[in-house]
Design a binder for this molecule. Structure first.
Ligand code: FAD
Length: 350
C-alpha cells in the first residue's frame, strides 16, 4: 500500500476507513496497471496526510452495460480507483442494431460496449474483471464483494446490472426476438411505420402500450392471449384510434428467414402481421445484493434518489435496475454519469 499514490486526501469517507484493513483471502488490491501507449494518466499527487487505503477500491461497479461503463469513465476521470465486475450479458444482445444513442444510431450492442471498453483502457484507475458477482456484504465502513474469482473491498458500491426479461411462452418467439419481435417501442417501432403490427402481452398495461405504439402504426392488433387485461372502456378508446383487440389464446408466431409473418392462434388460424411488440415481465436478478437490504419497488427494481443513491449509505444504482424507465441505452449511460458525479462528491463529503 502506498497512500501517497492516491489523490483522495480530502475524502470525508476516507477518514473513516480503517488504516490497516486487510484484503480477504483471494481478494485483490486495486491494480497499479501500466499506462497504455498514448494513455492519459492523471498526475498522482503525493500529498501529506492521505489516509485512503490502496487495498480498498473507491468504487466497485457491478455490471458493465452503458450505465456501468459510463459511471466508470466518469469516476476514472475523477481519479477514483474503480473495479468493474461484469458477466458480459448485455440485455439487448439479441438485437443486431441499437437505435437512439446519439452519434451511434444503428450500432450493434456489442460494438457499443466495445467502444466504451476501449475508452476505459486509457485509464489505469479502472480494472475489469469478467466474472459474476455473487455476494456483497457491508463490513464496517467498507464492503466486501465476492465474485467467482475471489473477494474485493470497496468504500462504495454501484449496482448497474440491468434487467433480464421473461417473455410470453410461445415456442418460436425467441427465433424472431430482436429482429422482427421487439420489446422497446421507442427503440424499434420507427422501422415499422404504418405497417401491420401486433402487440402481445399478459399484463394490465396493454392499452397504454397500444396507444404509445399507435404513434408509429395504427394498423395494430393487440393480443391478450386470454390473459392480458384490457377493460371495455380501454377497448373503446383503442377502437377510436383504429386499434383492434383480440382476446383469443395465442399458440405461436409464424415466419421464415425474412422475419415474422403472422400470429398463430390456438386452433391454427394465422393473423398476418409483419412485426410484433411484446410486453415482457422484468426480473432484476439482484440476489447477489440481498445482504444490503435495499429498498425496492413493487416490481422489484431498486428505489434511488435523483442522483442514484439507494436506501443504504454508500450504495448506489443506475440504469435499468432502477425504476422507472425509459429503458434505453442513452438514458442508462446518462444515469451512470450522474451517479458517478454523486459518488465522487459524497466521498468528498460535499
Ligand atoms: C431486445 C432489446 C433491444 C433493445 N434495443 C434498444 C435500442 O435499440 N436502443 C436503446 O436505447 N435501448 C434498447 N434496449 C434497452 C437497453 O438494452 C437497456 O436500456 C440498456 O442495456 C440498460 O443498460 P444497463 O447498463 O442498465 O444494463 P445492461 O445493458 O443490461 O447491462 C447490465 C450488465 O450487468 C451484467 N450483470 C448482471 N448481473 C451480474 C452479476 N451478478 N455480476 C456481474 N455482472 C452482472 C450483465 O452481464 C450486463 O453486462 C433494448 C433492450 C432489449 C431487451
Amino acid at each position: 500500500m502506498n497512500p501517497a499514490d492516491s489523490p483522495n486526501v480530502n475524502d470525508a469517507a476516507a477518514s473513516t476507513v480503517p488504516a490497516n484493513s486487510a484484503v480477504p483471502a483471494g481478494g485483490s488490491a486495486p491494480a497499479k496497471s501500466a499506462v497504455p501507449a498514448g494513455g492519459a494518466v492523471p498526475a498522482r499527487s503525493a500529498v501529506q496526510g492521505d489516509v485512503s487505503d490502496a487495498t480498498v477500491w473507491d468504487v466497485v461497479i457491478v455490471g458493465a452495460g452503458p450505465a456501468g461503463l459510463s459511471a466508470a469513465l466518469n469516476l476514472a476521470r475523477a481519479r477514483r480507483r474503480v473495479l468493474v465486475i461484469d458477466s458480459n450479458r448485455p440485455r439487448n444482445a439479441v438485437t443486431l442494431a441499437s437505435h437512439g444513442f446519439l452519434s451511434r444510431d444503428g450500432v450493434s450492442p456489442m460494438e457499443l460496449r466495445s467502444l466504451g471498453r476501449d475508452e476505459l483502457a486509457n485509464y489505469p484507475e479502472v480494472e475489469f474483471r469478467k466474472t459474476v458477482a455473487t455476494a456483497i456484504v457491508r463490513d464496517g465502513d467498507e464492503f466486501v464483494v465476492t465474485d467467482r474469482t475471489g473477494t474485493s473491498r470497496s468504500r462504495t458500491i454501484l449496482l448497474t446490472t440491468g434487467l433480464t426479461e421473461k417473455l410470453p411462452a410461445l415456442p418460436s418467439l425467441r427465433t424472431f426476438y430482436g429482429t422482427s419481435i421487439h420489446s422497446c417501442v421507442a427503440c424499434d417501432a420507427y422501422e415499422y411505420a404504418d405497417r401491420p403490427i401486433a402487440l402481445l402481452g399478459e399484463t394490465d398495461d396493454l392499452a397504454e402500450r397500444a396507444i404509445h405504439l399507435s404513434q408509429w402504426s395504427r394498423d395494430l392488433i393487440v393480443f391478450t392471449n386470454g390473459i392480458g387485461v384490457i377493460t371495455a372502456a380501454e377497448e373503446a378508446t383503442l377502437a377510436a384510434r383504429g386499434i383492434t383487440v383480440d382476446r383469443r389464446a395465442v399458440q405461436d408466431v409464424a415466419g421464415d428467414r425474412d422475419g415474422l409473418s403472422g400470429i398463430v392462434l390456438a386452433g391454427g388460424e394465422i393473423i398476418a402481421r409483419e412485426a410484433m411488440f411484446v410486453r415482457p415481465l422484468w426480473q432484476s436478478g439482484l440476489g447477489y445484493a440481498d445482504a444490503l437490504d435495499l429498498k425496492s419497488s413493487a416490481d422489484g427494481l431498486l428505489v434511488v434518489d435523483t442522483e442514484g443513491r439507494t436506501s443504504a449509505p454508500s450504495v448506489y444504482a443506475a440504469g435499468d435496475s432502477t425504476s422507472p424507465g425509459p429503458q434505453q441505452l442513452i438514458v442508462a449511460a446518462g444515469a451512470g454519469a450522474r451517479t458517478a458525479n454523486a459518488i465522487n462528491r459524497d466521498l468528498l463529503g460535499l
